[in-house]
Design a protein around this ligand. Structure first.
Ligand code: DX5
Ligand code: ZN
Length: 222
């Protein structure tokens, strides 16, 4: 388990797109660590969110790193533009990469941190031969494509399995949890080994998003 303080990454997918500047400033002025940017293509997932022009507009005002979650087929085609659009972390889906090892190398070559996301049905054991090449694993705790879905309980066990898989091989690996994160599950997620909590609707639909971010940030690992 990581000994450093966990990170909070609000998902801009749940922001008010007509007031995006205000929501970017809210995150800037909060205790959040990263912006989580969900890019969907309508093919890998059954939804289309926004693309690189919108991400560039966010990057222009964002004072914190952009953690980009590519829910797209053939992500290799978009790594360059993703970096140029302001990404610090680029996460691709295991299920979308035929040559994952090569894709991870390409992300690092661009100077970004490399992440791999796993759908709920994908076992963490499939990362065994590439675990030392990954900076961040994003465990999907909902089926990707939409905000506001119910958290899948199996995620706790996957975090523990991933920690065991990475032990001694990649002890600085960041484990990120994406989907259905609220104060009802955040403490347990951190206690079993999560490092980064993504939260979309729980933050942006709250009456006070800034204090909701602070509540998530202030959770102490027991
Ligand atoms: C889902 C996205 C998530 C989403 C999380 O496909 O990857 O980042 O925005 O939203 P909530 O926190 O509402 O489940
Ligand atoms: Zn995401």
């Amino acid at each position: 388990m990581s000994t450093t303080k966990h990170l909070i990454a609000p998902s801009v997918l749940a922001a008010d797109f007509a007031r995006l500047y205000d929501d970017v400033q809210m995150v800037n002025n909060s205790e959040a660590d990263w912006f989580h940017i969900d890019i969907m293509d309508g093919v890998f997932v059954p939804n289309i969110s926004f693309g690189f022009p919108v991400m560039q507009a966010i990057a222009k005002h964002a004072a914190k790193p952009l953690d980009v979650h590519l829910m797209i087929v053939d992500p290799d085609r978009y790594l360059n533009v993703c970096k140029e659009s302001g990404a610090s972390i680029i996460t691709v889906h295991y299920e979308a990469c035929t040559h994952l090892h090569r894709t991870l190398a390409a992300i690092k070559e661009l100077g970004c941190r490399a992440g791999v996301a796993l759908n709920p049905h994908t076992p963490v054991s499939l990362l065994r031969d590439v675990i030392q090449d990954i900076d961040l694993v994003c465990l999907m705790s909902v089926n990707p494509g939409f905000g506001g879905q119910k958290f899948i309980e199996r995620t706790y066990a996957k975090i523990q399995e991933l920690r065991v898989l990475a032990a001694g091989v990649n002890d600085s690996l960041l484990i990120e949890i994406d989907g259905g994160v609220t104060t009802a599950n955040a403490a347990q997620l951190l206690n079993v080994g999560a490092d980064v909590l993504v939260a979309g609707s729980f933050v942006f639909n709250a009456a006070d998003p800034t204090s909701t971010i602070k509540t998530l940030k202030d959770i102490n690992i027991t």
